[in-house]
Design a binder for this molecule. Structure first.
Ligand code: BDR
Ligand code: CA
Length: 304
């Protein structure tokens, strides 16, 4: 099994990604960060989701409660006030592990040198703090999969920016220029990876399926308002899917930078498709996806 470490702002799709990673990988730990919801909510939600499937053994470590320089920006319209659409409201969360997320990332990367894949599903604050503190992370980590950005499609929080990058563009800049072995999974592919109500019904019957059914009501409502259809993007689960099996996506090696100094375009991921900047490519960018094949894999995993 592959060794993964997830950084999350749980979040309805983070929660589904967590379930997938806990089932299909050797999950060495989960770090939490401010993003969709507060750090406290994200941490409680993460602990609850892991308890739901009896995986209290996986350490959950708290990280940054705000972006590097900016104010937090929560997304209650998509994820609800608590971050997971009111699901698991009655469950008592466990206790987070001691320590701070960026230190935990460094410690685990050193411990599992050459073997660990980081899957970053939230604003990149924890990771920026980690690479600033330990530049050798780029030599220690096997892969860094980032759910973030939109290189050739509109944004989802502004006309140009995707949420995770928009919330902390300064952190994204640090991470993108760090020399880490990055694969970027943006809206270009996650918006083609849609979970609809028949899919959700297929997963009913166990605790995971029941949770997904309850949590996705809020998510589907928001998608229906935005797109007219009750089908929602599996942003974060796809990133875990790619960490487990790269054949779900087609990638190209490209140079990508982040706009962090514009009133209109902050958080935009600017991709040099035509190599006009002269910069060396700094990441593998996902440009194609077998979305339905991934959704079938997710359903299979949740019902097993
Ligand atoms: C990303 O933003 C969050 O709302 C989701 O959890 C996902 O990580 C999609 O833009
Ligand atoms: Ca997320």
């Amino acid at each position: 099994m592959k060794k993964l470490l997830l950084d999350v702002d749980t979040g309805i799709d983070d929660a589904i990604a967590l379930l997938l990673a806990a089932k299909e990988s050797e999950l060495v730990g989960v770090t939490t960060v401010n993003g969709n919801t507060s750090l406290d909510n994200a941490t409680v939600n993460t602990l609850k989701v892991l308890s739901l499937i009896g995986r209290e053994d996986i350490p959950v470590v708290r990280g940054a409660d705000r972006p590097l320089l900016r104010a937090p920006h929560f997304e209650a319209r998509v994820h609800g006030d608590d971050g997971i659409g009111g699901a698991l409201g009655d469950m008592e969360p466990g206790t987070p592990a001691q320590g701070f997320a960026s230190d935990f990332i460094i410690e685990q990367a050193e411990k599992h040198k050459g073997e660990l894949t980081l899957v970053l599903l939230a604003p990149l604050t924890n990771m920026a703090l980690a690479v600033r503190k330990e530049p050798r992370l780029k030599d220690w980590l096997k892969e860094v999969i980032i759910m973030g950005g939109a290189v050739d499609t509109p944004g989802n929080i502004t006309p140009k920016a995707e949420f995770n990058i928009f919330v902390d563009p300064e952190a994204a800049k640090v991470v993108f220029h760090s020399g880490l072995p990055i694969t970027l999974i943006g809206l270009d592919v996650t918006e083609k990876t849609l979970l609809d109500e028949p899919h959700v019904r297929e997963m009913s019957g166990n605790a995971e399926g029941e949770f997904i059914r309850e949590a996705t009501v809020q998510y589907m409502n928001r998608y229906e308002e935005m797109t007219g259809s009750r089908a929602c993007s599996m942003h974060d689960p796809l990133a875990v899917g790619v960490a487990l099996d790269r054949s779900f996506v087609r990638t190209e090696r490209l140079y990508v930078d982040v706009e962090a100094d514009s009133s209109l375009c902050d958080g935009q991921t600017v991709c040099d498709f035509n190599q006009v900047t002269g910069h060396e490519p700094n990441m593998d960018v996902c440009l194609g996806v077998e979305g339905e094949r991934f959704i079938r894999y997710l359903i299979q995993s949740m019902t097993r």
